[in-house]
Ligand binder design. Structure first.
Ligand SMILES: Cc1cc2nc3c(=O)[nH]c(=O)nc-3n(C[C@H](O)[C@H](O)[C@H](O)COP(=O)(O)OP(=O)(O)OC[C@H]3O[C@@H](n4cnc5c(N)ncnc54)[C@H](O)[C@@H]3O)c2cc1C
Length: 344
């Protein structure tokens, strides 16, 4: 039964929904601009899809353990250059976080018959490179429908036109999976050629040797983050952008032991409900949550921002599985935080 005297809403200048890297970055920027910010996060931890955990126990034969393992994002893609800085990489460098340069084309590949030679790997990369060029030509073709063609269909057609042998076709399918399905976390049959239209920062990729955790902690330092606060509703006094009024956010607070997102995390939807008021709200909830309708927006997003609502409806989400393997010897050629050769 509802309390006869519900607690008055807590107030802030801005509410940030979600304590992943987007929410934490937004909150840190707003706070440094002098705003009073409260971050509402459903889980019992910050970081969202960035989650670094220690794995292994230190023993005389394995003194380096525990090792920091990123269960979610691990790579900083495109460390940038003098005219196109990558702010994440800059922050990692500033914090002295060691980085390890990686190169997708420098792979060790095992087939059923054993490890492929460097020459065989180079052949696969060359085949893939040719196909990638072909996709770019489709992307910029006069007929705009070609950009919407699924990558899988484009690959089948390319394979037929170039009369690829069955072995070449299977190598190309492997490379498409390795480069594209892995990178975009989607299946080639569902992704359009237009997926290639993205801005990629220069400078190659690195992984953070101690994981993304250091960056997450740094962004969150000093922020007012309310963990276990699952947002249920966002209600504007007036349509967003109308320039008047504020916003009320309703959140359900899970018991301390509960973990995860959604009613199941609190044992079937229990937990106290609290309201927050602010002049504005920054929504960084994942696409899957927005698509599910688990958070009620008033006015509905379809009325407040039809273009954004339509994009949320069109964009797909996928499950991205990750496995971690341990090696006795480091496969990491460089472990410093200086830019790789050739970059300024
Ligand atoms: C396995 C894996 C590997 C990846 N690898 C890379 C990589 O190598 N490089 C790279 O650049 N990217 C990678 N990514 C993608 C990258 O991790 C994400 O793009 C990024 O972390 C998303 O950040 P975000 O803040 O937008 O969202 P999220 O991190 O999802 O943050 C959203 C937050 O909202 C919270 N939330 C959800 N619902 C509610 C609610 N109702 N109320 C309150 N809070 C709620 C969530 O708990 C979460 O903390 C990877 C992702 C995965 C899953």
């Amino acid at each position: 039964m509802a309390s006869p005297h519900p607690a008055p809403p807590e107030t802030a200048d801005v509410l940030v929904l979600g304590a992943g890297i987007a929410g934490l970055s937004a909150a840190a920027s707003l706070r440094s601009a002098g705003m009073r910010v409260v971050v509402l996060e459903a889980r019992h931890r910050i970081g969202g899809r960035l989650h670094t955990v220690p794995i292994g126990v230190s023993t005389p034969t394995n003194p380096g353990a525990p090792y920091a393992v990123d269960m979610g994002g691990a790579w900083v893609h495109g460390i940038g250059g003098a005219n196109a800085p990558n702010h994440l990489y800059a922050l990692a460098s500033q914090l002295g976080l060691g980085c390890c340069v990686t190169d997708y084309t420098d792979s060790v590949i095992y087939a059923a018959q054993g490890r492929l030679t460097d020459g065989a790997v180079a052949d696969i990369e060359q085949l893939y490179h040719g196909f990638e060029q072909h996709l770019h030509s489709l992307l910029h073709a006069p007929d705009p429908r070609l950009a919407l063609m699924p990558i899988q269909a484009a690959m089948e057609a390319y394979s037929r036109e170039r009369r690829l042998t069955p072995a070449q076709h299977s190598n190309l399918a492997f490379a498409v999976s390795n480069h594209m399905e892995h990178y975009w976390a989607g299946e080639a049959r569902f992704m359009g050629v237009a997926a290639l239209e993205e801005d990629v920062l220069p400078g190659g990729d690195v992984v953070l040797a101690a994981g993304y955790g250091g960056i997450v902690r740094q962004l969150a330092a000093g922020l007012d983050v309310r963990m276990r606060h699952e947002v249920l509703a966002v209600q504007y006094d007036a349509p967003p952008g109308a320039g008047a009024g504020g916003v009320t956010v309703t959140a359900r607070i899970a018991a301390p032991a509960a973990e995860g997102v959604g009613p199941a995390a609190e044992g079937g939807g229990g937990g106290a409900v609290r309201q927050f008021r602010a002049r504005a709200v920054v929504v960084t909830l994942p696409l899957g949550v927005l698509r599910s309708g688990a958070v009620a927006f008033s006015p509905p997003l379809e009325l407040a921002d039809p273009r954004k609502a339509a994009a949320i409806g069109r964009l797909g989400v996928a499950v991205y599985n990750k496995t971690t393997r341990g090696f006795y010897h480091s496969a990491c050629a460089r472990a410093d935080h200086s830019p790789p050769k050739g970059e300024s």
